[in-house]
Design a protein around this ligand. Structure first.
Ligand code: AMP
Ligand code: FE
Ligand code: FE
Ligand code: ZN
Length: 287
């Protein structure tokens, strides 16, 4: 079984809707796909229906935006939460707060960018499905649509990278240790997305912090992901062995024109999915 545990739809910053993603996954030889939109469970119901229709497996997930304390400043950590209870009130409230804060943040980013490259808030909204979790990719898409850049990648490299003068952080997102606790309380299985990945700028994540996350109830790491550098992979596999943690592999697909990541480019062992399933509240749909 080919199992890919990380993909985004138009419910957040993916460029394709749920049905398109599952059809593409099937064509790519993926048997089980997790939908992990940023801070949202809005795509789960459709994903379950489409997966059953196509004879595919489906794992409900969320990529939860969290913040951690760095040496000098806070930095963002993306925490995958698999199989939580979708009706958990505390979890949905925290997600809701993040989604609301993300809108103001994106308005702020748009205001920083617009004097240089003329785009309006309506141009950004035009790139988003109603109710979608808002992120920098929508501003990137608006800049591309206006003809200023060729694709999201160019915008991130030149304008929207972490630490640029146009960057605003998701600083009101929950602390990562609290988020781990919240996800566990909601019956979810917390796994760090692309740990030490290039795109999050968290290269200096200290070992003490990893141990704190493990103590807080972290279930594992997304070790096999294109943004996880080689040196980190070895180190993470060692930690996973020491603490008997889950390791996963995933694409982090955002659509054909969203990012270069392709469905099924990294996969998760079936044994690891079974461990996630045994710790989670909700059911995995198997193909
Ligand atoms: P935000 O959630 O607003 O902080 O934006 C982060 C999102 O931007 C990530 O989840 C990715 O989907 C996207 N992203 C980051 N770097 C790139 C890149 N180089 N090319 C395309 N998308 C990117
Ligand atoms: Fe994303
Ligand atoms: Fe991420
Ligand atoms: Zn992601």
């Amino acid at each position: 079984m080919r199992i890919d545990l990380h993909a985004h739809s138009t419910h957040s910053d993916g460029r394709e809707d749920v049905r398109t993603i599952f059809s593409a996954a099937k064509a790519a030889g993926v048997d089980v796909l997790a939908l992990t939109d940023h801070d949202s469970t809005a795509g789960w119901a459709e994903a379950a229906d489409v997966a059953r229709e196509l004879g595919m497996g489906f794992v409900p997930g969320i990529e939860v935006t969290t913040m951690a304390q760095g040496k000098n400043k806070p930095f963002s950590v993306h925490m995958l939460a698999y199989l939580p209870d979708q009706n958990n009130v505390a979890l949905q409230e925290v997600l809701r707060n993040t989604v609301v804060a993300r809108e103001q943040r994106l308005r702020d980013i748009t205001e920083l960018v617009s004097p240089v490259w003329q785009i309006t808030w309506d141009d950004v909204l035009a790139q988003l499905r109603e109710g979608a979790t808002m992120g920098r990719p929508a501003v990137a898409d608006a800049l591309v649509a206006a003809g200023h850049f060729v694709d999201r990648g160019e915008v991130f490299a030149k304008v929207l990278f972490d630490g640029s003068q146009y960057y605003v952080s998701n600083e009101s997102a929950p602390d990562v240790l609290e988020a781990i606790d919240l996800i566990r309380s909601a019956g979810g299985v917390p796994i760090i997305a692309h740990p030490l990945g290039r795109s999050d700028g968290n290269h200096a994540l200290p070992e003490a912090h990893f141990r704190a996350m493990i103590e807080a109830g972290l279930a594992g790491f997304e070790v096999y992901h294109r943004d996880v550098p080689e040196f980190a992979r070895e180190w993470l596999l060692g930690l996973a062995k020491e603490f008997d943690l889950i390791v996963t592999g995933s694409s982090d697909y955002h659509g054909l024109t969203g990012k270069e990541n392709r469905l099924g480019e990294n996969v998760t062992a079936q044994e690891m999915l079974e461990r996630i399933s045994s710790q989670g509240f909700s059911d995995v749909i198997y193909p």
